[in-house]
Design a protein around this ligand. Structure first.
Ligand code: SF4
Length: 365
């Protein structure tokens, strides 16, 4: 049997399996494109279990495109706090404002229109169109890449052009085949979700549960005994360490925090404690940075270190506390005194939220 001859049987088996085995996730109970879009954007870098409370809070606070379009950015960032990659939250709001302007708040229904929204790539456009509108639009994420490369024993870098094109073509063929079946009332939705679900629950990176797999009889990697060798591993990005000193300036139960600029910087618009990145890591540079941040020779306590990973960087923050006002240079960069309760209500950058939870002490003086 040629590989493509198996496509209708694979599509049918996947849809039937999904109808039996799918997890009951909150965004699967709706066909509202706005709610599905938000879930897909949240799921891009975060596990399902962690996304659920974020998604529920977001939908309760901003239940419609219009509510998101009109919300203060501060509220949007606060609802996103902890999910990281804040450009995603900003793009969600920009896209909502565009949907308001262009389509009167009604979510666009064609792939080209969805793809034209800020922050939307081929995956998200395919997900919204297939999951919300049951259109035969393909999607390809890490889970689906794993399932398809194993099913057809495709080798090579899945992010490089030749294999990418092959994978998209197969994803397209599968969803188009599903659309032509009567295996499900919403077959395109079910087929795309079934591929993601199989990758998440059964065709896992290690120890895939091939005995429980609905398409095991078609799977070439299983037949060849090399499921775990696929997809072909690609070179991992080298991790770069960066060191910072963070200052908890404290007076009368309040701490000095400042807001990052609103555009074109990492964590734009989020709040943080004053900090300095060291050009050269080590105690001497740290000592120099501490001295230059203090207005006088004020006593300073080195509280400990916090590590925070972002993409290929490992940031190490040496946290210092000084019961004094910041230097004039730091003050001129903006900011002000805030109580712990006020800081809790702000949208704080991820590393700084870790620092706040670990080191802020609610004491006067
Ligand atoms: Fe993945 Fe195994 Fe199923 Fe093949 S048989 S698709 S390797 S779980």
């Amino acid at each position: 049997m040629r590989k493509t001859d198996a496509v209708p049987a694979i599509a049918r088996a996947m849809i039937q399996w999904f109808a039996r085995e799918a997890r009951d996730l909150p965004w699967r109970r709706t066909s509202d494109p706005y709610a599905i879009w938000v879930s897909e954007v949240m799921l891009q870098q975060t596990q399902v279990a962690a996304v659920i409370p974020y998604w529920e809070r977001w939908l309760a606070a901003l239940p419609t495109v219009r509510a998101l379009a009109e919300a203060p950015l501060e509220q949007v960032l606060k609802l996103w706090e902890g999910l990281g990659y804040y450009s995603r939250a900003r793009n969600l709001q920009r896209a909502a404002q565009l949907i308001q302007e262009r389509y009167g708040g009604v979510f666009p229904q064609t792939r080209a229109e969805v793809l034209d929204l800020p922050g939307v790539g081929p995956y998200t456009a395919g997900a919204v169109c297939s999951l919300a509108f049951n259109q035969p639009e393909p999607i390809l994420d890490g889970n689906i890449i794993r399932v398809l490369t194993r099913l057809f024993a495709w080798e090579g870098n899945p992010k490089a052009a030749p294999l990418q094109e092959r994978l998209w073509a197969m994803a397209r063929q599968l969803v188009a085949t599903a659309a032509a079946t009567r295996a499900h009332p919403r077959p395109c939705n079910a087929l795309n979700q079934s591929l993601m679900e199989l990758g998440a629950l059964v065709c896992t990176p290690r120890n895939p549960r091939c005995a429980a797999c609905p398409v095991q009889s078609f799977c070439l990697a299983k037949k060849q005994g090399r499921a775990e060798e696929l997809p072909t591993p690609t070179a991992k990005a080298k991790i770069t360490a960066r060191e910072h000193v963070v200052f908890l300036f404290h007076q009368r139960g309040k701490y000095w925090v400042r807001q990052r600029p609103g555009e074109k910087v990492v964590n734009a618009g989020l709040w943080e404690f004053p900090s300095v990145e060291l050009e050269v890591a080590g105690p001497a540079a740290r000592h120099l940075a501490i001295q230059s941040a203090l207005p006088t020779a004020a006593p300073v306590a080195e509280l400990g270190k916090v590590t925070h990973h972002i993409t290929r960087y490992r940031h190490v923050f040496a946290v210092c506390r000084a019961d004094t006002a910041p230097s004039a240079a730091i003050q001129s960069a903006g900011g002000g005194w805030h109580s712990i309760a006020q800081i809790e209500a702000l949208a704080l950058a991820g590393a700084h939220r870790k620092i706040a939870r670990r080191f802020l002490v609610d004491k006067p003086g």
